[in-house]
Design a protein around this ligand. Sequence first.
Ligand code: AHR
Length: 375
Amino acid sequence: MKKKLVSALVCAAMVATMAVGCGGGGDTQADAPAADAGTETPADDAAAPEEDATGDEAAAPAAGGDVITIGFAQVGHESDWRTASTKSCQDVFSAENGYDLQFVDCDNDSAVQLEAVRGFIEQDVDYIIIDPIVSTGWDTVLTECEDAGIPVIVIDRTIDDSDKYVSWVGSNFKTEGLAAGEWLKAYAAAKGISELNVLVIEGSTGASATIGRTEGFKEIADREGWTILDSQSGDFTQDGGAEVMESYCKSYEGQFNVVICQNDNEAFGAMDAMTAAGVSYGVDGDVILVSFDACTAGLEFVKSGDINADFECNPLAAPFVEEVIKTLASGGTPEKEVYMAEHWFVNEDILSSIEVNGETQELTVVTDDIIAAQY
Ligand code: AHR
């Protein structure tokens, strides 16, 4: 697929705003359930691999045409979630499936990410995928992509100061935060806990995942009159979670009974810090521990009761991105927004559902089968 052929389609797509959406807000979810999204992809039907002179697999055309070159500017490698997201893209956009994937790990550095996108323009790739480290500062470089006729597909986090991309595939982070708040409200009521004193470990500053989860949870906390004692960034890493929690344990000793970690890796670090400080957590502990992502290791801690509830963020966007590319290649207009299907996981069987944005949403008790199917 050559750029000039798609550029007119891109312009049309950029003005279309169609939410397929999920997770509250009146939207519907992307079709494939989380557990299946990375396994049964449309890419499975792509052309068979070819071998080059060395016997290695060479890139085969995905749809009977040229090899499709894709530049992917990934956030970094900060979490289990990120590893699953990268693997999803590498699996779908493989040489075997007819793609040449140019992958840049931007190591959570926005300047590196902008440079990576400009490098893809220089390389004259067919498509650019961006998972934006931060949600602002994008219009200039997206204009450069547009001028070069290269369609941009945004995944996971949102770009909030430009609409010069074809499509976004990701999560409703505010709904995730609202769900965590609504679950906490219902759980505390079921357990007879009347006073909630909350410590939040936020994700990376400026990331839409952080902004949305913070906003959603705070909306419920304010409505219910809970005390948020503190809210600091753990940068979505295990070390960051441990460092913030260590300092919280000193500053707020004996004052908190809820810890909200905005991803699983922060929760792992927070657990280490609470254990070291002699603070008990989880279903049998003094502190209710809530996490986001629901990656395999996170769900293992939900099953063991160390994490009370884990709100999924589905990283398997690549099959849906491939659908966007196929739609463009065949002259269609892709949806502007595609929301990933997500589930809310708990340890105890005391609540079956919660109300989020006026919608009943199911709570799933974690089992070994669920863990085995997760990423
Ligand atoms: O943008 C998604 C978030 O980024 C995930 O929750 C987190 O684990 C990752 O680092």
